[in-house]
Design a protein around this ligand. Structure first.
Ligand code: G3D
Ligand code: MG
Length: 182
């Protein structure tokens, strides 16, 4: 019997960086112009094809404004295999907030004994790359942070223009298997 592979992916980053928009573009191939605050925890799933032809289902977890509350965040992180850190290239503070609180909290939580710490893979995404005239964060700053937090990669993306969105999700999913099988 074929086993269904499901990986839990969480998106982390400040409000307004485009987490919900990246998911909407990846899962539904659409970009919504009206601002919709994510309420509660929103889970969607999408299948991705790995390099070897197998498919894996991503269970994509989007957390909203409630991200302020530590108790909810912990439920959100629990059992995650993959994390996508998202910042907005037009707002500097969204990059500095990746390291703390987002990265440090994920690590803190993942050091609990019942989680999949050894396997968690992360990627850093600089969203809104279409807003070139308003860019405040250069590529090399994102790359440096990705190295520092040991993310598998740094990707400049645009949920609006569907630029590098699929690549970011696919790369992250693939990295989980590259690690296990080598
Ligand atoms: P969040 O889920 O991280 O809180 P959202 O962020 O996905 O709700 O997006 C917040 C705002 O950024 C929305 O605009 C959304 O349209 C915009 N946005 C998201 N991704 C992009 C992108 O790639 N490029 C541009 N130019 N805008 C983007 P509003 O105006 O509704 O606040
Ligand atoms: Mg949202």
């Amino acid at each position: 019997m074929k086993q269904k592979l499901v990986l839990k992916l969480v998106l982390l980053g400040d409000p307004g960086v485009g987490k919900t928009s990246l998911i909407s573009q990846f899962v539904h191939s659409r970009f919504r112009h009206s601002y919709q605050l994510t309420v509660g925890l929103d889970i969607s799933s999408k299948q991705v094809k790995l390099k070897d032809g197998r498919t894996v289902t991503l269970s994509i977890n989007d957390i909203g404004g409630q991200a302020r509350f530590a108790a909810i965040r912990h439920m959100f992180f629990k059992g995650a295999h993959l994390a996508m850190f998202v910042y907005d290239v037009t707002r500097s503070e969204t990059l500095s907030n990746i390291k703390s609180p987002w990265y440090s909290e994920l690590m803190e939580f993942c050091s609990q004994p019942d989680t999949t710490k050894s396997a968690i893979k992360t990627i850093l995404v600089g969203n809104k790359a279409d807003l070139e005239d308003y860019r405040m964060i250069e590529e090399d700053e994102g790359e440096a942070l990705a190295k520092e937090i040991q993310a598998i990669d740094h990707i400049s993306a645009s949920a609006k223009e569907n630029h590098h969105v699929n690549e970011a999700f696919h790369k992250l999913a693939q990295s989980f298997f590259d690690e296990i099988e080598h």
